[in-house]
Design a protein around this ligand. Structure first.
Ligand code: PLP
Length: 228
């Protein structure tokens, strides 16, 4: 059985090969380990193997894990990558370092008001919906600029970039089209003067295509921790 350390090495190798193949600068793609449904002890093992960025989908599950791993708090950056309802913004603003799934101004305003003053600003991405009507999450690309400008103006938040979650498709061309659309949304915001550095897209199955399309942060679960 491959250990988590082995699988981290494999995934880091996949990223490094894609970075080189697509002419991206060395070190320009960060690995976010998606630990949803896996226990705190698994995260602990990954930290011991040198992984420090973790993504969680479900707020309550994440809060339990963050509490259990309090002794490692300064070694872990916690990212919320799942949907966020407005009744959960306070606990998220208190416990997480990043939120990738901001798709409404109301959520961003609450996070901004509720981010404790003793913590650094919450790092946020705007989630862009590139799959049309099949997904309820994410702002339509044509509305992303207005939302991004409003979010960037809020105190206690730092807008870092754009997150994309293409609808699953058996067609690789459709996957690439959606990843490309996220990239275009990111470029539009940057060209409008927003100082963004994070393009969060790519998962276990499509991280190479995501790197080809400019991803700076790939969110990988299954390839590191196994099937959920
Ligand atoms: C679960 C999840 C991932 C990781 O997906 P894998 O296919 O297991 O690598 C990435 N991003 C989001 C938003 C997820 O919910």
């Amino acid at each position: 059985m491959a250990t988590i350390a082995d699988k981290l090495q494999l995934v880091r190798g996949r990223i490094a090969r894609a970075v080189s193949e697509f002419g991206r600068p060395p070190g320009s793609v960060t690995l976010l380990a998606v630990s949803k449904t896996f226990p705190a002890v698994t995260v602990r093992e990954a930290v011991a193997a040198g992984q420090h960025q973790f993504g969680e989908n479900y707020v309550q599950e994440a809060l339990d894990k963050i509490a259990e791993l309090a002794d490692l708090r300064d070694q872990i950056t916690w990212h919320l990558i799942g949907p966020l309802q407005s009744n959960k913004t306070r606990v998220v603003a208190e416990a997480f370092d990043w939120v990738h799934t901001v798709d409404r101004l109301k959520i961003a305003q609450r996070l901004s008001e509720q981010r404790p003053a003793h913590l650094p600003p919450l790092q946020v991405c705007i989630q862009v919906n590139t799959s049309g009507e099949d997904s309820k999450s994410g702002v339509a690309p044509e509305e992303a600029l207005a939302l991004a400008r409003a979010v960037a103006a809020l105190p206690r938040l730092q807008l870092r970039g754009v997150m994309g979650l293409p609808a699953p498709s058996p067609d690789p061309a459709e996957q690439r089209r959606q990843l490309h659309a996220v990239r275009v949304a990111f470029d539009v915001l940057q060209s409008e003067g927003l100082p963004l550095d994070t393009l969060s897209m790519g998962m276990s199955a499509d991280l190479e295509v995501a790197v080809e399309q400019g991803s700076t942060l790939v969110r990988v679960g299954t390839a590191l921790f196994g099937q959920r």
